[in-house]
Write a protein that binds this ligand. Sequence first.
Ligand SMILES: Cc1ncc(COP(=O)(O)O)c(C=O)c1O
Length: 375
Amino acid sequence: MKSTDNKNTKFAQRVQNIDISGIRKIFEAAGEQSINLGLGQPDFDTPDHIKQAAIDAINEGFTSYTVGAGIPELRNALSLKFKKENNFDVSSDEIIVTSGASEALEIALASLVNPGDEVLIPNPGFVSYSALTEIMGGKSVSIPLGKDLNVQPDDVLDNITPKTKALVLNSPSNPTGAVQSRDNIKAFAEIAEDHDITIISDEVYEHFVYEGEHVSPAQYTDNVITVNAVSKTYSMTGWRLGYVAAKGEYIEQMLKAHQYVQACASSISQKAALAAVTGPMEPVHKMHDEFKERRDLLLDGLESLGIKCEKPSGAFYAFPEIPDSLKTTEKLVSNGVIVVPGIAFGENGEGHIRLSYATSSSQIQKALDIMENVI
Ligand SMILES: Cc1ncc(COP(=O)(O)O)c(C=O)c1O
């Protein structure tokens, strides 16, 4: 077999260049009894009224392909949701229902990135942004985070070149839990217009904000593809249901990528998402309040251990400062606490670990006790 640069020539460079997710490697080393502070999903069950909508869909035979962009009832409901919750106007024709936020990110980047184009990505940031950019042949350009663990407008400006096509924003953030201010969001919108670039705004944690407010850049500019999903909000990660909203010219291009990769999102999950988006919000508020309590427990515990941690205002992650994060992670995992080293989210994540508090308070307390001995 021929090989160049020790790379296999059988497979495309675009996939060989990508490293397997750092998170998965850590999980493989964990014991069964471990306390899991590595989870990227709520530890709650999907609410009953949503499950019932899916059961009804199956029983009624709603099991065929749907319209590619998604069933009109769901797109209408999402259009109302954007108006009510996110304060911007988008018609149902400007929405595509996808297989999770993951597919939404993929079609957004597929519609924008030519080989060699640059995409500005928070570093540390959610793992898919740079991997998907590279699969598209683009170049991911790291934007370092400020002291408050948020991307700063000046750092975005410093990294814009004639090849810059897009800026990825993720507020509240995975892995830091940081929430962007309205002023920063306005500044990013202005930058996008001045430099003719597109903001890809990943808002999957929008309902988990404990201080401050969630602000969608689409309030301030049309140069935005808004990415969201029912995955985190309604504890539906396995249902694989997300969506994008953007002006018609974006939708026209993204729809092509969506149709040939996915055809349509799951018909059953679409009915479940309709029940989620139009149904009672109490289960979401309950999760929000529970996460906030756990966050406070975790932060107090870290503080009493003398571990520095910027207060995360959203999502369900804390990103404390831990030197030599890989070694500490290995030590914690072998002592029964699963965490994710900051470096799994980009080289600037070194010096931190990500702790998810999507697990019970008693488990968080036990994990803190173990951390006291290990760190
Ligand atoms: C910031 C962020 N965006 C997107 C996703 C993917 O969401 P989905 O499960 O809807 O594909 C995740 C999942 O962890 C995430 O943390």
